[in-house]
Design a protein around this ligand. Sequence first.
Ligand code: GLU
Length: 384
Amino acid sequence: MVGEEGVKNTESEVREFSEAKRIVIKIGTSNLTDKSYRLEPRKVEKLVKEIVELKKQGKEVIVVTSGAIGAGIGKLDLKQRPRDIKVLQATAAVGQNVLMSTYDRYFAKYEQTIAQVLITHEDFFDRQRYLNLRNTLITLLKSDVIPVINENDTVAVDEIKLGDNDNLSALVASNLGADLLIMLTDTDGLFTYDPKRSKKAEFISVVDAITPEIERIASAGGKTSSVGGMKTKIQAAKVTMKAGIPMVIVNGGEENIFMRIIDGEPVGTLFMPKKRKMNDREHWILFASSPKGKIKVDEGAKTALVKRGGSLLPSGITGVENEFVSGDPVSIVDAEGVEFAKGISNYSSSDIEKIKGVQSKAIEQILGRKEYDEVVYRSNLVLC
Ligand code: GLU
């Protein structure tokens, strides 16, 4: 396994995170609860102490935490984790309060102020909400406050069903242009097989591409006891890799875990992106926006976009699907209908229907106006 495509050897690996300034820490249910899913205050206490130490190094820390359902199970004295979604949501509503007051109690010992932020995936799809979230989080960080984020379980069930905030933490890291995402779990990282079940299990120290083999490992072996297991962690890694943000999956039970990561100790599995960090706008186009329609292009246009970094011109467009207006996010698909880019369209779907396949100089004659030569500017286009 080690040495295969996408996977690196430990000896060849140098980790350097001392310069990482903005760090998102995702705390899973298993990092905060006992075997019967009840909140264990001493686990919270340990993590709070280590987060405060990290912050003392001048880092900006954002916490994405689960555990509301666990705390609710304890508060309501339930015998087991409910199965019914609406009961889980209600349990989370009870537990969120307990979770936050437990965090607050321990952070207060260090005179550290925290803020509760409840979000859903939909908040990333709406440009205004997306910007509001970013502005609020940055304002909190500037005021020396640690944002403590959870999914708003009362109105959304994405992470209850599958994920335990894995996906959400990657979107938050990307939204904030974080320098590092530390994802705490209850195993040491990614293994080729489930280490609890197989002696063949080999530890994977660094992943630099999400290959089909990594996806197989995540869905077959390497499970954790958290809601999402490794599958949703790999989904999260896909987001951070594309966003150019390193992510470390690590055992939250390890002592002094954050400082060890910052000091470059090779703990956990590092997902190291090959590309530079994406800017806020690119992030929104690729992950957050929900395309309103599709623009179909020919091979020549695809090559110009993928290989030559060009803008999308009307001449290479062969068709358009669904209705959208100028300024809407769109999916750009090739002749086979496979999406290879997303972007913001300068023209509406009905305008594109009229100007597809023509040279830009003909736009004015056809539409009676020409605001742009390009249908999608390069700066508004991100390859998938
Ligand atoms: N947001 C949920 C929580 O904080 C997700 C975790 C779960 O489904 O157990 O409890």
